[in-house]
Every structure is written in structure tokens, then in C-alpha cells.
Design a protein around this ligand. Sequence first.
Ligand code: GRF
Length: 210
Amino acid sequence: MPKKLIIGVLASGQGSNLQAIIDNVRQGKLNAKIGCVISDNPAAVALERAKEANIPAYYIYPGEYKTKLSPEQEIAYVKCLKEYKIELICLAGFMRILHSHFLQTFKGRVINIHPALLPSFPGLHAQEQAFNYGVKVSGATVHFVDEEVDTGPIIIQKTVKVKENDTPELLAKRILKVEHQIYFQAIQLFAEGRIKIEGRKAKIVVRNKE
Ligand code: GRF
């Protein structure tokens, strides 16, 4: 068994994606260890889920801004992740933009899950944006994080059909289920060293079964 990939999860809210990662690690479908979980929200359910799973969990003050970490606090986040020797950072409903210090420190090692088929509907309320636009298909995307919002190379996407009698809430629920299926798969690909970034593209190395 190859060495486990040590991941850090950043989450601001419910943490259902974190839970799916925890469950897949437990079931042996993901060769990773969650080194620590950090939240910018002291009331995040994600922190409770981490504690229940005996994972070190921290609220770290994000600074005075609403949508990003302040430069000083970004340093505090990086310090914590380094202490746990984190090799891949997984944003799971983390509601703040990361800047160059963080992204340069962990270059090519920060991924995110987004509840739409990027590059359509980036940013907040993606499920509702897609629903209101009237698309017939939406879905979820796991992608690398770069300096812009939701623009980095795409690792995995999976579609979800929009039904005629849908609501934004029902659609969001079905998309969330798909998120839980694809996030751990993307992490496993990273753990296996099978993702190669070439310019805009994240290429998946296909391995022949012996
Ligand atoms: C998910 O829909 C994720 O795609 C988005 O925020 C939501 C987080 O959900 N970025 P949870 O906290 O993982 O339950």
C-alpha cells in the first residue's frame, strides 16, 4: 500500500463534503489521511464532524474582510497546514478567496469543489444561477484553485439533469450528492500521482491494469 496522502480540509459550513471524504477514507476507497480541518467560522458543523472523527479541528480567525482571508491570517492558515505536513488542501464549502501567499506556498496543491459545470456559473449560488438561466443540465466540478474565482484546471466533472418540475433547492440537493461522489475520486487521483497540469488542462494519466 503506498503512503497515505496527507490532506487538509478548509470548510465554512455544514461540511457534508468533508463527511463524504471522512467516510471514503474509512471505507478504504481513498488512500489519504485528513491531517487537520480548519474553518473560518467558529459555528461550522464541519468542525463538529471533524472532532467526531478524531481529526484535529481549528477555527482560525479569518481577519476583517468578508470574502477573503486578511494577509496576516493567511499566514496563520499556512502555518497550521505546514505544522500538519499537509500535501493537498481541499476546499469544501470554504467561503473565502485565497491569495498569492497561500497559493504560492501550496502551488498546484489546492483543489475546490464547485456546484456547477464550470466555466458556467462561477461564484456564489451556482445552483440557483444555473436554474434561473434555464439550463437543462448542470452538475459539479472539482478543479485546481488559482488566483481567480473558480477558473483553475478542471479535474473531474459530473452532470446532473435539471427536471421540468425542479426548484433551485431540489437541484442543489441532487448536485450535492454528486459532489460527494466525485470529490474523493479527484483526491484519490492526486494521491496516485495521476494528475498532470499542462497549461489550462489537468490531464489524467490512464494506467493499464496488469
Ligand atoms: C457545496 O455545494 C460546495 O460545492 C460549495 O459549498 C457547498 C458546501 O457544502 N462550494 P458542505 O459544507 O460540504 O455541505
